[in-house]
Design a protein around this ligand. Structure first.
Ligand code: ATP
Length: 342
């Protein structure tokens, strides 16, 4: 469905020197620098897949999504989406895809969302009967019946995002690029959006690429993740396998009927991550989990016990730290004058 080969997107940016004199001089002699936002990434995505596109700030995620949706021309490489070359922006392509950006809105500010929906129906040439069926479905699922007649500017962020998503789906796109769709939403609204996105994917078999800094979104929606860092691919595979690779240790969470002295946790094995208010969290090697549990049950007033993976936030920041250390080591080893990958 989506094929990306050797994608590069480099931006040429004007270098603005500090100081008034230098700034004035630069008006005549402009110097430029190249930002390698995306620097040669390749991946394939099958129809109906839900893929998390992850990376630290400035990794190149939004740039890639903009190239995939045809808003930006690549500097190099080949990209196809359902057989279309995105940069050509063919009508058939535009009818198949949608880019939803949590930070930008397509709803018209002074008009009610209902009017934007109607406008999108006309733009995408959606047959009336299909439009009515889709609208009825979206209104019921997103519970926006009371909202769509109010001017958009009067809606809360969460209400607006639900309407944004509805506006994006009127033409039932088969490929959805979601760039931080839950940003700024409270936890219950985030959960509503996640459930809705997953239902849409399952019902219509839509292919979905999602970027988010909220790891709950990723855990709930994306069996597969692609991680990019400084414009380079750092991981492509299952989320579970990534967690296993970066943080194979487990978390044993013990709830205790009374607070116990820290010295009683030491013999359980592993590392104490937190110990407060009757709850102790231990980080334990996978093969030692059973022994730790047996010792805890035998020696402590345990009322409840769970075994969990490390939080995804920790897994990701560890992966980014590994990447950074590798880049720094490579820069250190490279002889002077030799360029090092970003
Ligand atoms: N129009 C532009 N001109 C110059 N540089 C740009 C432009 N757009 C993005 N960049 C740079 O390209 C790099 C990648 O940006 P991009 O927005 O793709 O990152 P991102 O992974 O989406 O980050 P975030 O998680 O912060 O949204 C950054 O260094 C950014 O400053």
């Amino acid at each position: 469905m989506i094929s990306v080969r050797g994608l590069r997107k480099h931006y040429k940016v004007h270098k603005r020197p500090p100081g008034l004199k230098a700034a004035l001089r630069s008006l005549v002699h402009r110097s430029y620098t190249t930002v390698k936002a995306v620097d040669g990434i390749s991946f394939d995505i099958r129809p109906g897949e839900r893929v998390g596109f992850l990376g630290p700030n400035g990794a190149g995620k939004t740039t890639t999504l903009k190239v995939l949706s045809g808003l930006l021309h690549p500097s190099d490489g080949e990209v196809t989406v359902d057989g279309h070359v995105p940069r050509l922006r063919e009508e058939a392509f535009l009818k198949k895809i949608m880019l939803v950006m949590g930070q930008k809105q397509q709803l018209l500010w002074d008009l009610p969302p209902a009017e934007t929906f109607e406008l999108n129906r006309a733009i995408y040439d959606v047959p009336r009967a299909q439009y009515k069926q889709t609208m009825d479905e979206l209104i019921a699922l997103l519970e926006i019946g009371d909202l769509i007649g109010k001017p958009t500017r009067q809606l809360s962020l969460g209400e607006r995002m639900k309407c944004e998503l509805a506006a994006a789906l009127i033409h039932r796109p088969r490929v959805l690029f979601l760039d931080e769709p839950t940003i700024g939403l409270d936890v219950s609204m985030q959960a509503t959006m996640r459930t809705f996105i997953k239902d849409y994917n399952e019902k219509y078999g839509a292919t979905l690429i999602l970027t988010s800094h909220y790891m709950d979104d990723v855990a709930a929606l994306c069996p597969r993740v692609i991680v990019i860092d400084k414009g380079l691919l750092s991981y492509d595979g299952s989320l579970d396998a990534l967690v296993q690779r970066v943080r194979p240790e487990k978390r044993v969470v013990l709830r205790l009927s009374e607070q116990v002295d820290a010295s009683r946790l030491a013999p359980l094995g592993g590392r104490v991550v937190t110990h407060e208010a009757g709850t102790a969290v231990l980080q334990v090697r996978q093969e030692a989990v059973n022994a730790t549990i047996s010792r805890a049950l035998a020696g402590l007033p345990v009322t409840d016990l769970t075994v969990e993976n490390a939080p995804l936030e920790e897994v990701m920041s560890e992966l980014f730290a590994e990447n950074k250390a590798r880049r720094e080591a490579a820069a250190h080893e490279a002889p002077a004058g030799e360029s090092v990958p970003a």
